[in-house]
Design a protein. Structure first.
Length: 369
């Protein structure tokens, strides 16, 4: 019998149905971040939603135009926000397609204008955050309003109306230095963060964002966040970047899943990723009596180059299956009583720029009972 310290790997040749990866949930695909001509993107709200529904064949999508821009009138008119919510209601069909009204809270000094100064004290670099709501709200909580110009003030307001917040496109440089500067008590509101590969190729150039490293640093300091994917499209063309594990395709069910971080991020391919510890799904905070038993089940769309199990920011175990499906059963005998775990998957396929497809599960946090 193999020692329990050694991972047990089974390469599966069976084709799994998407919904079967999580017995009690279905997998629904969406995009958490995108723009139209109502801010700095292209196309109308109708264009955005019809592309998401008919071309990208998404189950849900968030529209998130900026709360203000760098041209007059400097902030989103109330009638634009009302129209956004009207269009969301118009395109909503439970069980088929769920659009979600949101906006991008745009807090960076380079966007502020002399006409409407933000801070009386030193500038803060909170970066951008998406805010979205399960029901209609009167108006956005803009970063240009002193009542909502910090993540804590924003989270307090959003919490009162049942909304959620995500951290967008992390910046490892000076403009992102304060992006996690919020009270940990608001982790139940600021629930997820966009995940991107640490390095990406685009038109022959290499771009280094260190998103995953930045997130690991935040998690290592005790932060709590799940992972979502986004296009941040400014062409009005959302795509499948986030998988949500929900009981049904309705707005309340999608929000319930996002609130509990029952979601994972993908880059390019729609990789099906099932990650559990002692039967508990991604996003959960659990207590156990014994050593964590970790189960990973991956259904790729191409050969899987690598499956990596991360514990507390370092690689605990990795494997290179070379097939499109893989299962891992691993007992962490070195568990010391308080850790977080997540899974990263990389496929062999490449897009037109040379980027491989990725998937990242949201973490599971484990404590010894």
């Amino acid at each position: 019998m193999l020692n329990r310290k050694i991972a047990f790997l089974v390469l599966s040749v069976a084709v799994l149905a998407t919904a079967s990866a999580h017995a009690q949930y279905h997998i629904y695909w969406g995009d958490m971040h995108g723009h139209t001509a109502n801010s700095d993107g292209k196309g109308s709200l109708d264009d955005y939603f019809t592309h998401a529904r008919d071309a990208a064949r998404l189950d849900f999508v968030v529209v998130s135009d900026h709360d203000f821009g760098n041209a007059a009138p400097w902030h989103m008119p109330k009638e634009t926000w009302t129209l956004t919510q009207d269009k969301v209601d118009q395109y909503t069909v439970n069980g088929k397609f769920i659009p979600i009204a949101g906006y991008e809270w745009t807090s960076q000094p380079k966007y502020w204008t002399p006409e409407e100064p933000i801070f009386t004290g030193p500038a803060k670099f909170y970066n951008h955050k998406n805010v979205y709501f399960p029901a209609r709200v009167d108006y956005v909580f803009s970063a240009k309003n002193a009542a909502y110009n910090s993540p804590n003030l924003l989270a307090e307001a959003v919490q009162k109306v049942g909304g959620l917040i995500q951290n967008n496109h992390l910046d490892p440089g000076p403009e992102g230095r304060d992006q996690f500067d919020y009270d940990p008590a608001y982790a139940s509101v600021i629930v997820n963060t966009e995940m991107w590969p640490d390095t990406m190729q685009y038109k022959g150039k290499t771009y280094t964002g260190n998103t995953e490293k930045t997130l690991r640093d935040f998690l290592n300091q005790g932060g709590k966040t799940g992972f979502v994917g986004s296009t941040d499209t400014h062409e009005g063309k959302p795509a499948a970047k986030t998988a949500v594990l929900a009981g049904e395709l309705t707005r309340p069910a999608i929000f319930e899943a996002l609130r509990h971080r029952r979601n994972y991020a993908v880059f390019n391919a729609k990789i099906v990723l099932d990650f559990k510890i002692d039967g508990h799904v991604m996003g959960e905070e659990i207590e156990i009596q014994d050593k964590p038993r970790i189960a990973v089940d991956v259904q790729g769309t191409d050969k899987i180059e690598e499956v990596v199990l991360v514990r507390d920011g370092t690689v605990l175990h990795s494997l290179q299956p070379g097939t499109s499906n893989a299962k891992v059963d691993y007992v962490d005998e070195a568990f010391s009583g308080n850790s977080y775990y997540y899974v990263r998957v990389i496929q062999a396929d490449k897009d037109e720029h040379g980027n491989r497809s990725h998937a990242w599960s949201s973490p599971i946090w484990v404590k010894q009972r």
